[in-house]
Design a protein around this ligand. Structure first.
Ligand SMILES: [Zn+2]
Length: 485
């Protein structure tokens, strides 16, 4: 990735010097009682943290800037999901000691250096990311996501709110509550800009009321990662609160918790399909996500598929909507087998960036098609059986041209097998014609040849996302034909 920004040597030296700055922090009691800031923490001129009255009950607080390559690598891994152009290769760590924040209103001001400022184009904005520890009944994830912030160009500072869910004691070795902050530059206005309020309560309220609409899916639906929409709908109907996307109040700790995707509780071994066509960006293992796949879609949206048992695609590979990409499992930090699915928008049509609730975006996108098999021999005495992905979808009558109609076909690649079941002269002469926009993978719609009795031949066929016209050829219509899986 070309995201890495090499910070100038001079400033680098200064920053590396303050790896642990606790002793140098100026801890000032605020003079004004109007803003109710009872404590401030400084890191030179770079970072200032404001603690309003009642937000903390601990004095064991530290603030530092570190160069943490492992964390940087994690951020870099995720940065493309947010279209990050550059990032400041340092991590700001605010540690509250053994006590969790008592309120959602701690705030931080970060001064952007002139050198980093210069990397921002007029069409880009500064964006603040926090590593968010997400644990629910199904899994534990610990990923970066955008948090609301506001950049003041006059002072060159970013103001960000730090609600309690930013702090976790699950990462640090001595079980202290840490918040991890990184800063990036990405195209478009900071989506949080317009909703930033004076305190985080207003922020979380506005986040909770803004629901995903079809607009958030870039105005076109996505298909079910489990195949047919019915399968997704069925699982969502019986989903627990923890399975769904969104912000919830922790039942014990009483602060907001995040879940950036939907957990589909499918058993291990369930085929997983691309929800739109696109290019595989990531297909690898991580400790938390397990085997996971990330796809960049044609329109700049992204999708993620976590905890898989098998990865069937490689980075750089193009995939079609509905194409098999992996198999579900229970890899990574999970409590059981399920698919964690995330959908990310870009911000071209709406003012959102990052993960959105995929639920309203899930729509039926299945196609219909037909396959005609003709006995072309001199003697009309042969019969054939047709299989889709190894499952029989119909037989032809002896000596006839039969068309097999199919509904609910998932767009993507499938294998089509033709087997000669009856050929008295041992020469089953066939012609097979695809219709309704179905094509062989070489682009043709027609194949012909000879098959001996009980022999078969298999081709790869492509089921399009949009079926153009309906075919008239339907000598034998089978309503009970289902998709071949
Ligand atoms: Zn999940």
């Amino acid at each position: 990735m070309k995201l890495k920004y090499t910070y100038p040597v001079l400033i680098c030296l200064i920053l590396l010097n303050i790896v642990s700055c606790k002793k140098r922090n100026r801890e000032d009691e605020a003079q004004s009682s109007n803003n109710k800031i009872v404590k401030e923490l400084h890191l030179g001129d770079s970072v200032k943290v404001n603690f309003p009255d009642g937000s903390i009950n601990s004095l064991d607080i530290s603030l530092k800037i570190v160069k943490d390559e492992e964390r940087e690598a994690l951020f870099n891994e995720m940065a493309w999901l947010f279209d990050v152009e550059h990032y400041w290769p340092y991590t700001i760590v605010l540690d509250l000691g053994k006590n969790q924040a008592l309120d959602d209103n701690i705030s931080m001001e970060v001064k952007i250096s002139d050198r980093f400022k210069k990397l921002k184009k007029t069409t880009s904005g500064f964006e603040v990311f926090a590593q968010i520890y997400q644990d629910n009944a199904n899994e534990t994830l610990d990923n970066f996501q955008i948090i609301p912030s506001k950049y003041n160009p006059e002072t060159g500072t970013i103001l960000l709110e730090m609600p309690r869910y930013l702090f976790t004691d699950k990462r640090s070795k001595n079980k202290t509550f840490e918040a991890i902050i990184m800063i990036g530059i990405s195209p478009g206005e900071n989506p949080a800009f317009s909703v930033l309020q004076k305190n985080a309560k207003a922020l979380t309220a506005s986040a909770a009321t803004s629901k995903t609409s079809l607009m958030d899916c870039e105005a076109s639906p996505i298909s079910c990662p489990l195949g047919l929409l019915d399968k997704c709908s069925e699982l969502l109907a019986q989903a627990d609160a923890d399975d769904l996307f969104g912000v919830r109040v922790h039942p014990v700790l009483k602060y907001k918790k995040q879940h950036n995707g939907i957990d589909f509780k499918v058993k291990e071994g369930t085929p997983i399909y691309a929800v739109r066509s696109g290019k595989i960006k990531v297909s690898q293992f991580s400790n938390t996500a397990g085997n996971f796949i990330e796809i960049m879609h044609d329109n700049g949206n992204k999708s993620r598929y976590l905890h898989l048992s098998e990865l069937l695609v490689k980075p750089g590979q193009d995939v079609l909507a509905g194409q098999l990409i992996g198999v579900s499992g229970k890899t990574g930090r999970v409590t059981g087998a399920h698919l964690h699915f995330e959908f990310y928008t870009n911000s071209s049509l709406n003012n959102k960036k990052g993960p959105v609730d995929p639920f309203p975006c899930l729509q039926e996108q299945n196609a219909a098609g037909s396959i005609t098999v003709r006995d072309n021999g001199n003697w009309a005495d042969d019969a054939f059986e047709v299989f889709l992905d190894g499952v029989s979808i119909g037989k032809t009558d002896i000596g006839a041209a039969n068309s097999i109609a199919m509904n609910n076909l998932r767009p993507g690649k499938k294998s089509l097998t033709l087997k000669c079941v009856i050929a008295p002269d041992n020469e089953g002469t066939y012609e097979i014609i695809l219709d309704d926009g179905l094509k062989f993978s070489d682009g043709s719609e027609r194949k012909s040849g000879i098959l001996q009795q009980s022999k078969s031949i298999t081709w790869e066929i492509i089921i399009p996302t949009v079926i153009k016209t309906k075919s008239n050829i339907s000598l034998m219509k089978r309503n009970d034909v289902k998709e071949g899986r």
